[in-house]
Write a protein that binds this ligand. Structure first.
Ligand SMILES: [Zn+2]
Length: 130
């Protein structure tokens, strides 16, 4: 028997599409612009554009910077028939910084010890799993 770290491909289900749509709607409810990402298709992501060579997750719409939206009706429409990944637009309402965990935790400790740091403006750590 051979072991692998890759899980077998399971086609996205209606439940997956529903979960992705609900996640997109929750982000949009915060006023955060979302855009549909390429959907998982086997061991790569597929945006639907013919000949697209990008295998990693990427925007499904070519003009995503102009069309990204927090409008609930638009978000519903994007995820109505396709289990797109959910991409959040950075640089508008929030930014994302990727740093080594030890450095990030030290910076968070320093930033959150100041009187200006409130729960709503506090940076949020996120761990990336591989
Ligand atoms: Zn593509």
């Amino acid at each position: 028997m051979q072991w692998t770290v890759h899980r077998p491909f399971v086609p996205p289900t209606l439940l997956d599409r529903s979960r992705l749509r609900r996640a997109a709607l929750r982000y949009a409810a915060h006023g955060w612009a979302v855009t549909p990402g390429a959907r998982l298709a086997g061991h790569r992501f597929a945006c639907g554009r013919p000949g697209c060579p990008i295998m990693a997750c990427h925007p499904a719409l070519e003009a995503w910077e102009e069309t990204a939206s927090a409008d609930a009706a638009q978000v519903q429409a994007w995820w109505r028939h396709t289990p797109h990944t959910v991409l959040l637009v950075t640089g508008r309402c929030f930014d994302v910084l990727e740093v080594p965990a030890t450095l990030g935790l030290r910076a968070l400790g320093t930033a959150c010890s100041t009187p200006e740091c409130s729960a709503s403006s506090r940076p949020t750590p996120a761990a990336r799993s591989r």
